[in-house]
Design a protein around this ligand. Structure first.
Ligand code: B16
Ligand code: MG
Length: 217
């Protein structure tokens, strides 16, 4: 049975979290408050609108739906200005080597990200050509921990859920992968990634053979 790989983007292949943080911080500051690094951690893997709502709540600020739309697009304009300058040098350690090896061995590769900016990031960092399918924030109606994003990716790859192995840095993403019945590799701190089959620091710490052993067939 064929194994396929589904990669989250931010925190797994590239570190765009630093740009999200700068843009959200600028927005919060413009509204007269700030938020902590620990609070920022909670935004990882969370959609743009949900992130905005969490930040407004931290600042004790209420806004109308029209104002929320405006604030979200303001943040996004600052974020897009920053990611437009990204380079291939910002790809996280081990990513390029692993993607190359998977391709070489004929293993299908999909993106499963909450971001609506994934196409720009993949282009800027030179990773776009590796992907057989891309499912991102533009393609889903329900965000992680709902499994929709990964189920859609498996469908596009024409692979059974049990054959898919997901790579995730966010707890909500680990939950989504488990809900989809897929294998899941956590990237980061094991404490925050309960439910992952294994947790590694970055993609340099895993081989294709180890990935194939994680499918759920
Ligand atoms: P955008 P991932 C997520 O990416 C980020 O971790 C999260 O911080 C961000 O709010 C979300 O994408 C939406 O991003 O504003 O570009 O649509 O980890 O799911 O690849
Ligand atoms: Mg992520």
């Amino acid at each position: 049975q064929q194994t396929a790989c589904i990669f989250d983007l931010d925190g797994v292949l590239v570190d765009t979290a630093v740009y999200h943080y700068k843009a959200w911080k600028q927005l919060a500051n413009s509204l007269g408050f700030d938020f902590t690094h620990a609070q920022n951690e909670q935004l990882k893997g969370v959609s743009r609108m949900r992130s905005l709502d969490m930040i407004l709540e931290w600042g004790g600020i209420r806004k109308s739906d029209a104002e929320r739309e405006e604030l979200a697009s303001l943040k996004n304009s600052w974020y897009v200005a920053m990611i437009s300058k990204m380079t291939a040098g910002e790809v996280l350690p081990g990513s390029l080597e692993l993607l190359r090896q998977l391709k070489q061995q004929g293993i299908k590769i999909a993106l499963g990200s909450a971001s609506k900016n994934s196409a720009l990031i993949l282009e800027r960092t030179g990773l776009a050509h590796f992907f057989d399918a891309i499912v991102d924030g533009n393609a889903v109606t329900t965000s992680k921990p709902d499994p929709e994003v990964f189920i859609k990716a498996a469908e596009l790859l024409d692979t059974a859920a049990a054959g898919c192995v997901v790579f995730e840095d966010a707890f909500a993403g680990v939950q989504a992968a488990n809900a989809a019945g897929m294998g899941v590799v956590g990237i980061g701190d094991a404490e925050n990634l309960k439910g992952a089959q294994i947790v590694i620091k970055d993609l340099s710490e895993i081989t294709v053979a180890e990935i194939e052993a994680l499918n759920r067939f």
